[in-house]
Write a protein that binds this ligand. Structure first.
Ligand code: NAP
Length: 254
């Protein structure tokens, strides 16, 4: 229970789902966590839960599209806990979905801004802080959609999330020599608010469940354990990867 002892981590998209579960697991493994998202009430209750369990956490609400917010999260980590070791850039949106001939430029741009540009802006400031002590682990939440699988009506989501894989490789190559690792986690379907919003009928749920070799979707806690691996020294020789955590969706045709 101390795989992240003495480390400080930023987790975005921590107000629910995968980010929330990961923040709780990181704190239980000894990390001091800085948690971000827009919903203040949800962040406050997460911090209270972590503290009640004996962990260390602080929140800062904001929109990941703002570079000032990216900078402020890093400054808070350094001021409050002295350093930054881990950053999980996980905030994301499905964006404007539906037939691509009807997707607006604004809707497409918004998905890129939240899913891709914001992740870059986060990493830019996080890596600058990690360079000061010559080590760190940056993780992006991509997805299997647009990598090993695609379905109609998610062009903005797929394009923005697969862009994270190129970003991962470029940053891993650039900062590997300084001991900073960069990886992307590619979840299959995970039972969160986003999943339930997309899969709101028994037919859709059955379709998505069947895409996975395990014939079920993941819990947020299962994803958190994979992110813990990428964050911790257990993955000390792992960088530049697009790490599928997809219940076998990539090898399933039935
Ligand atoms: N669930 C799945 O099946 C699945 C599969 C593959 C990948 N993913 C990815 O996993 C990540 C987490 O999603 P989830 O499934 O855990 O869904 P979720 O519970 O809806 O979480 C999304 C998180 O992103 C935050 N967020 C969204 N837009 C934001 C913005 N502009 N600024 C700051 N925070 C923002 C939300 O917080 P606020 O609303 O409080 O701002 C929330 O904490 C996303 O990147 C998603 O694309 C999910």
């Amino acid at each position: 229970m101390d795989r992240l002892s003495g480390k400080t981590a930023i987790i975005t998209g921590a107000s629910s789902g995968i980010g929330r579960a990961t923040a709780k697991l990181f704190a239980a493994e000894g990390a001091s966590v800085v948690v971000g998202a827009r919903r203040q009430t949800e962040l406050d209750s997460l911090v209270s839960e972590i503290e009640a369990d004996g962990g260390k956490a602080v929140d800062l609400a904001g929109d990941v599209r703002s570079e000032d917010y990216a900078k402020a999260l890093v400054e808070l980590a350094v001021q409050r806990f002295g350093r930054l070791d881990i950053a999980f850039n996980n905030a994301g949106t499905l964006g404007e979905a539906g037939p691509s001939t009807g997707v607006s430029e604004t809707g497409f741009a918004e998905a890129l801004a939240i899913n891709l540009t914001a992740s870059f802006l986060g990493a830019k400031h996080q890596i600058a802080a990690m360079q000061k002590h010559g080590a760190g682990s940056v993780i992006f939440t991509s997805t299997f959609v647009g990598h090993s699988f695609a379905f109609p009506g998610v062009a903005a989501y797929a394009a923005s999330k697969s862009g994270l894989i190129g970003l991962t490789q470029a940053l891993a190559a650039e900062f590997g020599p300084q001991g900073i690792r960069v990886n992307a986690v590619l979840p299959g379907a995970v039972d969160t608010d986003m999943y339930r919003e997309m899969n709101d009928t028994p037919g859709k749920t059955a379709f998505v469940t069947n895409l996975h070799a395990l014939k079920r979707v993941a819990s947020p806690e299962e994803l958190a354990r994979s992110v813990l691996y990428l964050a911790s020294d257990d993955s000390s020789f792992v960088t530049g990867t697009a790490s599928l955590v997809d219940g076998g969706a990539s090898i399933t045709r039935t």
